[in-house]
Design a protein around this ligand. Structure first.
Ligand code: FE2
Length: 270
């Protein structure tokens, strides 16, 4: 089976800066090396947005230095922490739609991977981290699904269009999520993949199966009562692995680094 790798929310900072004591560039490097060493034959590696922490030019330059050695073709996406102009200054050859959004699709055998740009701006209001897919972006999505010639689709959107129960993050999901789920349900035969929460979560919304992936860096918290979106934990980083089966997709989440060693055998001993 062919494979697709997913890495979500690396939140690259300027050199020397850390998030809850973690170096985002070192963590992304560790996860990318693990993913591409285990799966050098992957057809693509989707970066699911929040590429940087502040959307600053120096952060995109730091990201480029990390990605430079990766041989698997990379498909970048943007999240609420990104800035489209600063991203394009560094990654000028990234595919753009006519409306200027960072979106594309690629066909891998019987599958079509569609990556969306849910960054709500410019302008970028302060403290506004929800996402949005405008009419131009929805038309792109509809066209990509209409022209796939029977292929199974994997639709990637940084902001989930559904609730997860993590109340602080549900408040900053995709603003027009119901509209997007309606469109996806009209097409069917697809799996929805998101980031934003820095947690491994799966579910089904409006008949659409979905998966959310962890980050290589700081992780989210299963907090169902406190409405803050700022909680994070230093669990191991992770990447996602999609196995492209003839009749659908199989999704794995793979932890990397301290706390995620592999042992051969598990018999009990003193
Ligand atoms: Fe994030």
């Amino acid at each position: 089976m062919q494979k697709v790798l997913f890495v979500s929310d690396p939140h690259i900072c300027l050199p020397g800066q850390k998030i809850i004591g973690l170096d985002p560039s070192a963590r992304l490097t560790e996860v990318l090396v693990a993913a591409t060493t285990a799966h050098p034959d992957a057809a693509a590696l989707v970066l699911l947005g929040d590429l940087t922490h502040h959307g600053a030019p120096g952060e995109y330059a730091a990201l480029a230095r990390v990605l430079h050695k990766i041989r698997v073709p990379i498909i970048p996406m943007l999240g609420n922490h990104d800035r489209r102009d600063a991203f394009l200054d560094q990654f000028a050859s990234a595919p753009q739609t006519e409306s200027g959004h960072i979106q594309q699709w690629c066909d891998i055998g019987a599958h079509r991977i569609i990556t969306m740009d849910s960054l709500d701006g410019p302008p970028y209001p302060d403290q506004h981290h929800a996402g949005f897919l405008c009419a131009d972006r929805l038309a792109f999505l509809d066209h990509a699904l209409n022209t796939r010639a029977g292929r199974h689709a994997i639709v990637c959107i940084h902001h989930p269009p559904f609730n997860t129960g993590v109340i602080g993050m549900d408040r900053i999901k995709l603003r027009n999520g119901a509209q997007v789920l309606d469109l996806l349900a009209q097409h069917g035969n697809l799996h929805l993949v998101c980031g934003h929460l820095h947690q491994t979560i799966s579910g089904n919304a409006h008949g659409i199966p979905w998966t959310v992936f962890k980050s290589p860096c700081h992780q989210g918290v299963v907090e169902l009562v406190n409405p803050t979106s700022g909680l994070s934990t230093n669990e191991p980083g992770a990447y996602g692995l999609g196995l492209l089966a003839p009749d659908g997709v199989i999704i794995h989440s793979v932890d990397v680094g301290t706390g995620a060693q592999i042992f051969n055998g598990y018999s009990a001993k003193h």
